[in-house]
Design a protein around this ligand. Structure first.
Ligand code: GLY
Length: 299
């Protein structure tokens, strides 16, 4: 396949799938146009995640869930399958596009993961764009936190107090040169403790890419994905058990459930350009562009 792209907008009980479908289609088509024009998988993965971050419908950057203190603190990561270079940020406040900051960390910091105030200082030094608190906080998220607090839903809410949708957005891409990349971004879990970090900025848990196997982006209860190194586990299935995309995605989610009864999903593009999604939640929001055709799956 010439090039392939898949994006996701979270997993869970998707109550109103048609609300998300137009955004997913627009974003995957935008990324596909760049891949068709010769852009790298890395640039396109970051581009798509930045668009998802800008869209208040999704739990990443603008529209993120609020933590127990009523704050928006974001996590994101990127990985380049060609070089195995990676960058990530955790618990950053006010950064318009945490995925772009993760890219800067990868390229310019000499490190893989920067957190909190140090990450924000690095962002300012790199002229990364910031926005005010109002930009990130939607009325819907403020009401959602109040509801979670009333229900005493704690950080790892599986009760549905957070509308049953476990946020996070992500993208995986294979470009015309056969290079793979993945990017993931999240506001975390509604009513989480201040300082809690999930899987999204953890390379090998929420994000992984290696040209020798596949690119993976995960969504769901981050602790489950960290404890099973799930993105790396899916790549292991491709590289060492010769699985293609569909089988590797399915087996990785089977592993997540078998080991920790994990809740969530993943998207994966393999080294041949095959795309797949799998989830243990009732639904997952995804869009794919494979073989010249865009397909949205908002169920
Ligand atoms: N998967 C996002 C999180 O747990 O923070």
């Amino acid at each position: 396949m010439d090039y392939s792209l898949m994006i996701h907008g979270g997993a869970g009980a998707i109550r109103d799938p048609q609300r998300y479908a137009p955004s997913l289609r627009t974003i995957v088509e935008s990324g596909a146009r760049l891949l068709a024009a010769g852009s790298s998988a890395l640039d396109v993965a970051v581009h798509c995640v930045a668009l998802l971050e800008d869209d208040p419908l999704f739990n990443a950057a603008r529209g993120s869930v609020l933590n127990a203190e009523g704050e928006v603190l974001c996590d994101a990561s990127v990985m380049d399958g060609r070089t195995l270079k990676a960058g990530a940020v955790a618990a950053v406040c006010g950064v318009k596009n945490p995925a772009r900051l993760a890219y800067e960390v990868m390229e310019e910091s000499g490190h893989v993961l920067l957190v909190g105030e140090g990450a924000e200082r690095f962002a300012r030094a790199r002229n990364v764009k910031f926005e005010s608190e109002d930009y990130f906080k939607t009325q819907e998220r403020v009401a959602e936190l109040a509801k979670a607090k009333r229900a005493r839903a704690i950080a790892l809410d599986r009760s549905g107090a957070a509308d049953g949708k476990l946020g996070t957005v992500g993208a995986v891409a294979r470009d015309r040169n056969g290079n793979l990349a993945a990017a993931t971004s999240t506001g975390g879990v509604v009513n989480q403790r201040s300082g809690r970090v999930g899987d999204s900025p953890i390379i090998g848990a929420g994000t992984f890419a290696d040209n020798a196997s596949c690119a993976v982006s995960c969504t769901g209860v981050g602790e489950d994905f960290i404890r099973t190194s799930l993105a790396r586990t899916a790549a292991f299935f491709v590289e060492f058990r010769a699985m293609q995309a569909e089988e590797a995605a399915r087996e990785a989610i089977r592993y997540l459930v078998a080991k920790v009864n994990g809740q969530g999903g993943l998207i994966l593009v393999d080294r041949l350009g095959g795309c797949a999604r799998a989830h243990s939640t009732p639904g997952m929001l995804t869009a794919a562009f494979v073989g010249g055709v865009a397909r949205v799956d908002a169920t």
